[in-house]
Write a protein that binds this ligand. Structure first.
Ligand code: C5P
Length: 276
């Protein structure tokens, strides 16, 4: 059985405060996008029960495959359920350390895939708890729709934000940016930005002011090439352009298909029209 874990972009990202548990309360609107990995699982009687033979292809991932979030998802399931021997394969298309949530989506889709393949019928609340235990932005990927994320990222509310028809340009400069490093260097704003309301009530050209990604301050200073991409998208006529999550990917939203751009050879670029 194969699932296709999707990526996300963040419309606005407010780091509200540092919490006593070391995490931060955030406020962000996450939108699923159709850039996808592929994740396959099969039951293999030659693999001992509870074990998994895991392989990866596609984009290189800097960390060892035993530390992959797919393995963390398997371990979380194995802790509560008796699993048969499995083979799993992940084909990476979504770059890592890119602010696109690829690893988190892979982990959540591993839970969904094994639930489906093994007909486990795991209760939704258990899936939510498992996802939140794997990573702060994991629960978002349980539902393929726009959501407002608050608290650590696990408090979610569906939003009726419709970007269908817009053209999305994604540019990744090939930089792997560490999320904890960005959180540690971002000054919390101390207040809610009423993000869902601001996005709904403000024309897209004003989103840069009312729905800022506050992580840009540190990342643009530490990695100026990320800001160069954002500025170029605005100069190309983007209605809105911003860094996604903790970077390094920048996205631009356009009314018309943006003209092909020449970026440095180690950059990756995707352009597609958003659907319903
Ligand atoms: O939850 P996750 O493992 O994805 O978070 C990675 C790191 O990012 C955390 O260890 C923490 O340093 C930081 N983080 C945070 N506040 C959040 C989410 C992540 O400080 N809401």
């Amino acid at each position: 059985m194969v699932l296709f874990p999707h990526a996300k972009i963040n419309l606005g990202l407010n780091v509200v405060r540092k919490r006593h548990d070391g995490y931060h309360d955030i406020e962000s609107v996450l939108i699923p996008i159709s850039l996808r990995d592929a994740l396959e699982a099969i039951v293999d009687p030659d693999v001992p029960a509870g074990k998994v033979q895991f392989t990866r292809t596609g984009l290189l991932i800097p960390s060892d495959s035993s530390n992959d979030l797919v393995m963390k998802a398997h371990a979380a399931l194995q802790a509560d359920y008796a699993l048969p021997g499995l083979r799993m394969h992940l084909h990476k298309v979504i770059p890592t350390g890119a602010g696109l949530g690829g690893g988190s989506s892979d982990a959540v889709h591993a839970l969904l895939l094994l639930d489906k393949l093994l007909e486990m019928r795991i209760p939704e609340s258990t899936l939510r708890d498992m996802a939140a235990g794997i990573g702060s932005d994991c629960p978002f990927f349980l539902n393929n729709r726009a959501q407002l994320a608050e608290a650590r990222g696990e408090k979610l509310r569906p939003l009726a934000i419709d970007l269908s028809g817009y053209w999305l340009m994604l540019v990744n400069p090939g930089l792997h940016i560490s999320t904890p490093e960005v959180f540690a260097n971002t000054t919390p704003t101390g207040e809610s930005s009423n993000l869902a309301y601001a996005l709904a009530e403000t024309p897209m050209r004003g989103w840069r002011l009312v729905a800022r990604n506050v992580m840009e301050d540190f990342v643009f200073a530490a990695y100026p090439e990320v800001q160069v991409i954002r500025d170029r998208m605005l100069a190309m006529g983007a209605e809105h352009a911003a860094m996604s999550g903790s970077g390094s990917t920048v996205f631009g939203l356009f009314l018309e298909a943006p003209p092909a751009q020449k970026w440095p050879s180690d950059y990756r670029q995707w352009v597609f029209q958003l659907g319903e």
